[in-house]
Design a protein. Structure first.
Ligand SMILES: Nc1ncnc2c1ncn2[C@@H]1O[C@H](COP(=O)(O)OP(=O)(O)O)[C@@H](O)[C@H]1O
Ligand SMILES: [Mg+2]
Length: 397
């Protein structure tokens, strides 16, 4: 059984150290583990406090290998012929070459090539578990849909001749790329693209399979990183990626005689309670703020044992969608699990791209602000009802 565990969340929340902790815990439990990071800074060697870790798996411990993805190498390997083709067309339209490269590299593309490293490890490695430390939430995940789009559009457009460059096609509105047969990109570009699409397709299959992949969210007990994690949860739900755990990291100790620290502790405690209802029914693990920087194998190991206790960190801690969107006629139905409320005790208000849901909790009202998907732009909130512990909210076009 193979497991892929991906950690994401806002910068500085502790994705890298929690990825490393999990990887050490897995290796200690006899899973042959590979940890990958695409952070531009060499954070894995900082966290493990080991020597240089580069673009090839380096042994950190028995059963544990680490690899620091170099996006430049990965882009050259996978995308250079497609990229130079797109750039050459921009250039022929009079756009400066440096700028052409900037435009042709879509947001999140660097991350996409980092994700492809998982596909490579799946193909060539014999690992039991792969842990990915993924910076910035969500961006790259949308490309997992790309093979479906580019693949089917491409095949339809070109009939028997193969695929039309789906990547180039994305830039058609700006560049006047022609879709006619006589204007096809050179065959090496098409072959490169076919290969890339099939690799993305297989990656996408593994990542959307909840028995293989879990996404775990890391946040701190503060508003900003919790909001960020909620958006990541929404995207993951939309892309069909299973989120199985939320880690609230860097929680200060509760008892303090100093009013400065007591204030922080009270604030953080409220945030943790809020997170529990916001992420309901996802399991939440609380991790303490150490009295020093969390790094080095011993500390990472201790951190993992506090988070996972005696459990197997490769477990799937939750399966299911927290939000679900179903097309319903011309509208959209949103289903959402909510904790402890009853029929007359909730209030839903929409503010632009957000939905505020107020439910009654054991200690008073709890407000959950949920980011709405882009499809609800141009729709209005029509009605809502509560069925068991699930809110059913209907948006009408
Ligand atoms: N629970 C913790 N206690 C003490 N220091 C922590 C804790 N979690 C993270 N850190 C420290 O915070 C910094 C940022 O953590 P890191 O894992 O690099 O965050 P991210 O990868 O999300 O940007 C690092 O110096 C790390 O050692
Ligand atoms: Mg990091």
């Amino acid at each position: 059984m193979l497991r892929i565990i991906i950690y994401t969340g806002k910068g500085g929340t502790g994705k890298t150290v929690n990825s490393c902790s999990t990887a050490v815990h897995l290796a200690d439990n006899n899973y042959k583990t590979l940890i990958l990071s695409s952070d531009p800074a060499h954070t894995l060697s900082d966290a493990f406090m080991t020597g240089y870790i580069g673009n090839e798996p380096a042994k950190v411990l028995d059963n544990l290998f680490a690899l620091q993805i170099d996006p430049v190498i990965e882009i050259n390997k996978n995308f250079s012929s497609i990229l130079s083709y797109i750039v050459s067309v921009f250039f022929s339209k009079g756009i400066d070459e440096t700028l052409s490269y900037e435009i042709a590299m879509l947001p999140g593309m660097t991350q996409l090539f980092s994700l492809l490293k998982i596909e490579e490890a799946l193909k060539y490695g014999d690992y039991d578990a792969i842990v990915l430390d993924m910076p910035a939430s969500g961006e790259a995940l949308r490309y997992l849909y790309f093979p479906k789009l580019a693949g089917s559009i491409g095949r339809k457009l070109t009939g028997f001749t193969g695929v039309f460059s789906g990547f180039a096609k994305m830039f058609q509105p700006f560049s006047g790329f022609s879709t006619s047969q006589s204007n096809l990109p050179p065959s090496n570009v098409l072959l490169n693209e076919l290969d890339l699409l099939s690799r993305l397709e297989s990656l996408s299959k593994s990542i959307t399979d909840s028995s293989i992949t879990s996404l775990r969210l890391v946040a701190n007990p503060d508003t900003f990183s919790i909001e960020n994690a909620k958006r990541a949860l929404m995207s993951a739900n939309l892309y069909g990626i299973n989120v199985d755990l939320v880690i609230i990291n860097k929680i200060m100790p509760k008892e303090s005689s100093d009013s400065y620290f007591a204030n922080w502790s009270r604030f953080q405690n409220n945030k943790v309670e809020e997170a529990k209802s916001n992420f309901y029914p996802l399991p939440i693990r609380e991790a303490k703020l150490y009295d020093r920087e969390l790094r080095g194998i011993d500390m990472l190991r201790e951190n993992a044992s506090l988070i996972f206790e005696n459990e197997d960190s490769s477990n799937i801690f939750y399966t299911g969608k927290v939000f679900e969107f179903v097309q319903d006629g011309s509208g959209l139905r949103m289903k959402l699990k909510v904790p402890f409320t009853d029929k007359d005790d909730f209030e839903i208000i929409r503010y632009g791209e957000q939905l505020s849901i107020k439910v009654r909790g054991p200690t008073g009202y709890v407000i959950n602000v949920i980011p709405l998907p882009a499809a609800t732009i141009g729709m209005k909130l029509e009605r809502s009802k509560l069925v068991k512990d699930e809110l059913d909210i209907f948006f009408e076009r």
